[in-house]
Design a binder for this molecule. Structure first.
Ligand code: SF4
Length: 385
């Protein structure tokens, strides 16, 4: 790992001087615009590490065909850069058709920072490919906790998103080890689970509230919800994860009493430090009530989506955008919770002072944030002079 981190070529190419200055100062005035920046945002240690490991692998395996199992991180620009380097994709929307089936021991396969499903890892080992595993150590934490729950006979309740690469990997681990899991996406789904635990609704009613893939087919609510242990996908909204833990604990306290709960409930915070720091820092800036809160990052990035939710707490208009092209007379942004890409009109006051707060997800290069800021300044009619 240290070798990889000593190779800075790729991650340095995503740096931006103006963003670095803003990171230090936290505030910049450009004409009528006041730009506010949290003390923590953008690339996390795990992403830095994954990029450095890719760069090291290119030096270590010159001339070998190189593949990413799926997106390295959830940012379209970074994944496009991987393709430009000649690294193909085995799975996902950019997969090269038939490539996965034709792997040989001459191929090199990079496992993304989110980890991989057990079935994929076994298949890759069988093929004899060289594996470069960039799985973030923070992602391994919930895996370890899950295995402990499993050993103690607990069903793992995951606060996560069904279909997200990290949660898919965790579910596959539980399945592979013969355990049980259930995924709750938010506090509303957790409330339905609490209602089930208290006997207010039955199993089929609970299943109607959850995502169809949130529980395995052979899940038996009566059998499998006697003892539950909670983990979080590392990039969820930390405050919601805590609220979910408290809610389920209170339900089991009511069901099993103070003595019984020691046997039926486990809770362990597996939100990663970078996610927590970025959310805390965004909170600090947004609670100053800027006129706008712009969150920059891939639309499929879980931690970016959750950063966009911070604005809701303070009633600040918040927009999750992917890059500079989103900024125009109609602002193109991802609406929550529908996930649709919508257009906002009159999103920037045409005159008078405007305070704009920014943040960026853990998979967003500073270069993209810098382009967004430059585009906003130009669009508002101001300039840097
Ligand atoms: S967001 Fe957290 S878990 Fe994900 S790669 Fe970064 S440090 Fe690791």
């Amino acid at each position: 790992m240290s070798d990889a981190l000593e190779n800075p070529d790729v991650r340095h190419s995503y740096r931006d001087e103006m963003v670095e200055d803003l990171r230090q100062s936290g505030l910049l005035k450009v004409g009528r615009l006041t730009l506010l920046m949290p003390r923590s945002f953008g690339f996390c240690w795990g992403v830095d590490r994954a990029l450095a490991m890719v760069e090291s692998a290119r030096h270590q395996y010159p001339g070998r065909r190189m593949w990413l199992l799926s997106s390295l991180i959830h940012n379209p620009r970074v994944n496009e850069d991987m393709r430009k380097m000649g690294i193909g994709f085995l799975k996902g929307p950019n997969a090269v058709e038939g490539a996965y089936e034709q792997l040989t021991e001459d191929d090199v396969v990079i496992i993304p920072a989110f980890s991989a499903e057990v079935e994929d890892m076994e298949l890759l080992k069988q093929c004899g490919v060289a594996i470069v595993d960039t799985t973030c150590p923070w992602v391994i934490k919930p895996h370890k906790r899950t295995l402990r729950y499993l050993k103690e006979g607990f069903t793992t309740v995951i606060h996560g998103t069904v279909g997200h690469d990290e949660t898919r990997a965790t579910c596959s681990l539980v399945n592979h080890e013969g355990g049980r899991f259930l995924v709750v996406h938010d506090i509303d789904e957790a409330a339905a689970l609490a209602d089930y635990l208290l006997g207010k609704i039955d199993g089929p009613e609970l299943q109607k509230v959850l995502h169809p893939m949130a529980i395995p087919e052979d899940f038996d609510c009566q059998r499998d919800l006697r003892k539950i242990g909670i983990i979080n996908q590392t990039t969820m909204l930390a405050s919601e994860s805590r609220a979910i833990g408290d809610l389920l604990k209170a339900a089991l306290m009511e069901r099993d009493g103070e003595d019984g709960i020691a046997e039926s409930f486990r809770d362990f915070d597996t939100i990663c430090r970078a996610t927590q720091d970025n959310q805390d820092a965004a909170n600090t800036v947004v609670k100053e009530h800027p006129d706008l809160f712009i969150v920059v990052g891939g639309y499929d990035s879980s931690n970016t989506r959750n950063l966009a939710r911070v604005g809701d707490y303070y009633d600040v208009p918040s927009f999750h955008i992917e890059g500079p092209d989103c900024i125009a007379a109609s602002l193109s942004y991802r609406e929550r919770p529908s996930g649709e890409i919508l257009q906002a009109e009159n999103w920037l006051p045409s005159e008078g002072p405007v305070r704009v707060a920014f943040t960026a997800g853990a998979s967003t290069p500073d270069t993209i944030l810098g382009q967004v800021i430059n585009r906003l300044v130009a669009y508002s009619g101001e300039n840097w002079a």
